[in-house]
Ligand binder design. Structure first.
Ligand code: S3P
Length: 169
């Protein structure tokens, strides 16, 4: 199996899906934000605060280089801006998890740990700011993706099935 990379906006459910997908396929899931936190021994929020977004994007590129070189047969969830790395297609099949902004916003703000989930995401400051970023990126995600999967209102099982069929694994 080639790696599968899940891209899409903050809070769409990339990490949750990656873990469910991996368990189903008896493979491993990794998350690019977790890799960056291990690489720096810092939380994402702290990296943004101390070193700024530009440095964080460099770490994403470094992570992409490592993934392309060293990781196989893995489901990879990514940070919402990871799609900008210059070698994404070398890492694996790129799957865009697509949903309307308002659905994503509700998913985050109505979740059990809403406060924590928002606090740890420096770019999810307000409805307005996040929506603006979403609007800037929506087309980009589609452009980069090999496969687009609508996730709104669907069960995890069904999304996994749909991706499996589309990438034929
Ligand atoms: C970001 C998304 C975050 C994290 C960082 C920047 C973005 O990941 O990588 O805060 O630029 O959209 P999630 O998509 O997991 O929230």
């Amino acid at each position: 199996m080639r790696n599968i990379l899940l891209i899409g906006f903050m809070g769409v459910g990339k990490g949750t899906l990656a873990r469910a997908f991996a368990a189903k396929k008896e493979s491993f899931a990794v998350d690019t934000d977790d890799l960056i936190e291990s690489l720096t021994n810092m939380k994402i929020k702290k990296i943004f605060k101390k070193r700024g977004e530009k440095y964080f994007r460099e770490l994403e590129q470094k992570t992409a280089d490592w993934l392309a070189k060293s990781v196989k047969d893995t489901i990879i969830s990514t940070g919402g801006g990871f799609y900008k790395v210059n070698n994404i297609k070398e890492i694996g099949t790129v799957v865009y998890l697509k949903a309307d902004f308002d659905w994503i916003f509700e998913r985050i703000t109505k979740s059990k740990n809403a406060k924590k989930k928002i606090a740890k995401r420096p770019l999810f400051k307000s409805y307005k700011d996040a929506k603006k970023l979403y609007d800037q990126r929506a087309k980009e995600y589609e452009r980069v993706a090999d496969i687009v999967v609508e996730v709104e209102g669907k069960e995890l099982e069904d999304i996994i099935e749909e991706i499996s069929q589309k990438v034929r694994i």
